[in-house]
Design a protein around this ligand. Structure first.
Ligand SMILES: *Cc1c(COP(=O)(O)O)cnc(C)c1O
Length: 394
């Protein structure tokens, strides 16, 4: 059976399993080699030097391209390396339109580094076509979207934005880190480029730093291959292997992340110490219908606001099973405080304008038993509220 005809669960489980013709190894080996012997002058095995291509990385890149319905994949040393490689498509005088509630590192890359190379960005609610239209300039080259956004889980209609972008000759770039190709495939909805922090759900075990780029079309794929090789922020053979190892179980993990996150979000929504829960799986989330239309499931992270900012410190101190740590997408549950961690580089006015304030927590729900997660969070919330009330009485 052709791999392309298989369902995504089967393609994920079988990454690299038929690509090794010499021994038939089920897992594609780690080719720990930087150089490849040429059979004779003018001939190549297809591999010359590791930065350009390595067999282990190639298997990963082809799998990524297939999963995202693109033409070419590029594995990078981190999600930020992937973003920098993509942004290198632009230069002096170019302008980008970017999602407002953006990953902090991407904002920092654009504002602190790309700005020095003459690339400017306008941040808008990418779901508002009028706002998109108003921010478009003569030198606009691309639209960059995250959906859902992190941490506020705002949803953008990918097809709508890509159609608008195409009409104006702009490239559409989607950061698909939070949903992964298991739940959402932006290229099928019209995007030209998909970027991933594979450190998150694709790797899935909080143990490998990696990024992926997938491009659609030959011209763009050739340009990206040139940038990937020229910039050199490529993934090592061993990390390529580690990432494929994680990706094989992506389908199982995403289903469990989603059901766990839904259970915990519903619990928090009813909790008296919680003011708001931001999770697109909940029917009253403003992006719920669009999310349902363009994706087959929901991510495993959501955010919530407690009623009193003073609950935050004791809450983070009292969680036991859930770790207070700064990442997402792994099998272990992690709680993040965006205002002081992931989003500290975004100016206060912008941060608060979009709603990333000092009462907001982000929860990357792992694959533990949901009752244990609810138990841990419930006990920590109760202890936090009690401490604050005791403080008020003293
Ligand atoms: C983590 C993350 C990145 C950056 O990826 P790294 O692998 O940490 O370099 C980019 N975008 C999103 C949405 C992320 O969550």
């Amino acid at each position: 059976m052709e791999k392309k005809q298989l369902k995504i669960e089967s393609r994920l489980a079988q990454i690299g399993s038929v690509e090794e013709p010499v021994t038939g190894a089920i897992n594609f080996p780690i080719y720990q080699a930087t150089a490849f012997r040429h059979p004779k002058l003018g001939q190549s095995t297809g591999f010359d030097y590791i930065r350009t291509q390595n067999p282990t990385r190639k298997v990963l890149e082809e799998a990524a391209a297939g999963l995202e319905s693109g033409d070419a994949g590029f594995a990078c040393s981190s999600g930020m390396a992937a973003l920098q490689t993509v942004f290198a498509l632009f230069g002096q005088g170019d302008h980008l339109i970017v999602s407002l509630d953006l990953y902090g590192g991407t904002y920092r890359l654009l504002e602190a580094i790309l700005s020095r190379f003459g690339v400017t960005a306008t941040y808008v609610d990418t779901n508002d076509l009028d706002a998109l239209e108003r921010s478009r300039k003569e030198n606009t080259k691309a639209v960059f979207i995250e959906t859902p956004t992190n941490p506020l889980m705002m949803i953008t209609d990918i097809e709508l934005v890509c159609t608008w972008a195409k009409r104006h000759g702009l490239l559409s770039i989607v950061d698909n880190t939070l949903l992964t190709p298991f739940f959402q495939r932006p290229i099928e909805l019209g995007a030209d480029i998909v970027v991933h922090s594979a450190t998150k759900y694709l790797g899935g075990h909080n143990d490998v730093l990696a990024g992926l780029i997938v491009t659609k079309g030959k011209e763009l794929s050739d340009k990206m291959a040139f940038l990937h090789n020229s910039i050199g922020a490529v993934l090592s053979p061993s990390d390529s292997y580690q990432l494929m190892r994680g990706m094989k179980t992506l389908a199982l993990r995403m289903e469990r992340h989603e059901s766990n996150a839904t259970a915990v979000a519903v619990f928090l929504k009813e909790h008296p110490a919680v003011a708001e829960v931001f999770y697109p799986a909940l029917p009253d989330h403003p992006g719920h219908e669009i999310q349902k239309k363009q994706s087959s499931g929901n991510t495993g992270i959501f955010s919530f606001k407690v009623k009193d900012a003073r609950y935050i410190e004791p809450l983070l101190r009292h969680i036991r099973l859930i770790a207070f740590a700064e990442s997402l997408g792994g099998v272990e549950s992690l709680m993040t405080y965006p205002a002081v961690q992931t989003h500290a580089d975004i100016p206060l006015e912008i941060r608060e304008a979009v709603g990333v304030d000092d009462r907001l927590l982000r929860f990357s729900v792992g694959i533990e038993h949901p009752e244990d997660l609810i138990g841990d969070l419930g006990a920590a919330l109760e202890a936090a509220v009690a401490e604050v009330e005791r403080g008020d009485e003293e």
